[in-house]
Ligand binder design. Structure first.
Ligand SMILES: Cc1cc2nc3c(=O)[nH]c(=O)nc-3n(C[C@H](O)[C@H](O)[C@H](O)COP(=O)(O)OP(=O)(O)OC[C@H]3O[C@@H](n4cnc5c(N)ncnc54)[C@H](O)[C@@H]3O)c2cc1C
Length: 352
C-alpha cells in the first residue's frame, strides 16, 4: 500500500477517476503479454498532461516509489509488470495526434496514441509511417518507441528508431527535456533521441514524439511462395537480397507456424510444406515493382518452390499479410490461455 500522504497527493492531483487502487484495477495492471509474469502495483494513475506526469514523477522520486509507464501492455519482456510494486503510469489518456505537418512530412503525437489509428490518419493524407509491429491494432506509439519496435516492413524501411526525430520526456527527477526535432541537419551534441528509443521506460517517461513520414507507395504486390525444403526458402532469401532487390516484406514461416496460423485463420495456407516465404514489394510505379516480382519468382522457382501465388487483389494481399501478423499471437495462444487462468488463480482469493 502507498503511504497515505502519497495517496492523498495523487488523489488531489488527479481525482478519484484517474487515481485508482481498487483490486480490479490493480489486477488488470499486473501483467502484460509476457507469459507467466505477474505482480500487483500499489496504484494506477492516468495522467492527461506533461505537467501531471512531472508531478507524479517528482512525488515518486521524493518517496522512492517505483514507476512503471504503460502503453497497451503488449510487450513480451515484462516491461509493464510492476515486479517491485509501485505506481503504474497508464498513458491511455495522452492519446492525441497533435500535428500532421504535410509540408515537412512529420507528425507529432502523444505516446498513448494507438499505432493502427495513427497509420490510418497518416494514410488519409497520402503519407506513410512504415513501422508496423504485428501488435499495431492494440499497441501504442509510446510503447513502440520504448521497445524500438519493428515489423514486416523492417527490411526495406527500417524500424521505429529510424522514424523518431524528436521527443519530449520527463526524467525521474521530474525535469522535462526535449530532444531532436524537425530539423534534420541539427546534428550537434549527443543523440539523446536515439538513447531514449528502445530504453523500455527505464530512463524517462515519454510525453510527446515527433515522427518522420514518407510519401505513400502507390503500387504493391504481395506473393506467397511454398517450399518443400526449408533450406530452399532460406537460400531464396539470400539470393533475392544478393540480386539487389530489397522487398518491403520478406518473411519466412516454418511448418509449425503455418499449421497454427492455418488452424485458426482458414485462409488456405499449404500445411504440408516445410516453409513459406511471404513477400511484398512496393514502389511508385508498376513497372519497377513488376520487374522485382518477376525476378523474385524466378529465383524461388530455381530454389525448388512448389507453389507461387500472387495476390490478385487487396483482399487476398491483406489475408496473406494477416497470416504473418497473427503468427506470434497464435503461437502464444494456447500457452497464454493457460497462464491467464493461472494468473487469476494466483491473484483472486477463490479461483474463477
Ligand atoms: C501479438 C504480438 C505481436 C507483436 N509483434 C511485434 C512485431 O511485429 N515487432 C516488434 O518489434 N514487436 C512486436 N511485439 C512486441 C512489441 O514490442 C509491442 O507489442 C509494442 O511495441 C508495445 O507497445 P505497447 O503500447 O503495448 O507498449 P507497452 O507494452 O505498454 O510498453 C512497452 C515498454 O515501453 C514502456 N513505455 C510505454 N509507454 C511509455 C512512455 N510513454 N514512456 C516511457 N516508457 C513507456 C513500458 O514501461 C514498457 O517497458 C508484439 C507483441 C505481441 C503481443
Amino acid at each position: 500500500m502507498l503511504d497515505s500522504e502519497v495517496r492523498q497527493s495523487l488523489l488531489q492531483l488527479l481525482g478519484p477517476e484517474r487515481f485508482r487502487d481498487d483490486q480490479e484495477t490493480l489486477v488488470t495492471h499486473s501483467y502484460d503479454a509476457t507469459p507467466m509474469l505477474q505482480s500487483l502495483p500499489e496504484a494506477v494513475v492516468y495522467p492527461e498532461t506533461t505537467a501531471e506526469v512531472q508531478s507524479i514523477l517528482k512525488l515518486a522520486n521524493e518517496h522512492r516509489i517505483p514507476i512503471v509507464p504503460r502503453g497497451a501492455a503488449s510487450n513480451l519482456c515484462g516491461g509493464t509488470v510492476p515486479v517491485q510494486g509501485g505506481i503504474v503510469v497508464a498513458m491511455s489518456r495522452m492519446n492525441r495526434l497533435l500535428e500532421l505537418d504535410t509540408d515537412n512530412l512529420t507528425a507529432t503525437v502523444q505516446p498513448g496514441l494507438n499505432t493502427k489509428k495513427f497509420h490510418l490518419e497518416v494514410e488519409k493524407r497520402g503519407l506513410f509511417y512504415p513501422p508496423d509491429p504485428s501488435s499495431m491494432v492494440i499497441s501504442t506509439l509510446g510503447g513502440n518507441i520504448m521497445e524500438g519496435a519493428g515489423g514486416l516492413r523492417g527490411l526495406k524501411y527500417g524500424t521505429t528508431k529510424d522514424y523518431v526525430i524528436g521527443l519530449e520526456a520527463v526524467l525521474p527527477s521530474g525535469e522535462i527535456i526535449r530532444t531532436g526535432g524537425k530539423l534534420y541537419k541539427d546534428v550537434a551534441g549527443y543523440d539523446l533521441t536515439k538513447l531514449l528509443v528502445g530504453s523500455e521506460g527505464t530512463l524517462a517517461l515519454i510525453t510527446e514524439a515527433t515522427l518522420k513520414l514518407l510519401p505513400a507507395p502507390v503500387v504493391r504486390q504481395t506473393m506467397l511462395v511454398a517450399f518443400a525444403d526449408i533450406y530452399g526458402a532460406a537460400r531464396s532469401v539470400s539470393r533475392i537480397v544478393g540480386a539487389r532487390i530489397i522487398p518491403a516484406t520478406l518473411e519466412i514461416m516454418d511448418q509449425l507456424t503455418i499449421r497454427v496460423v492455418e488452424d485458426y485463420n482458414h485462409i488456405g495456407l499449404p500445411t504440408d510444406v516445410q516453409a513459406i516465404l511471404l513477400i511484398e514489394q512496393d514502389g511508385q510505379e508498376m513497372e519497377s515493382v513488376g520487374k522485382d516480382i518477376a525476378a523474385i519468382k524466378n529465383i524461388c522457382a530455381t530454389e525448388g518452390a512448389t507453389d507461387i501465388r500472387i495476390a490478385q487483389n487487396e483482399f487476398e494481399a491483406g489475408q496473406l499479410m494477416m497470416a504473418r501478423r497473427s503468427a506470434l499471437l497464435r503461437l502464444l495462444g494456447s500457452h497464454q490461455r493457460r497462464s491467464w487462468r493461472m494468473r487469476l488463480y494466483r491473484v483472486l482469493p477463490s479461483p474463477i
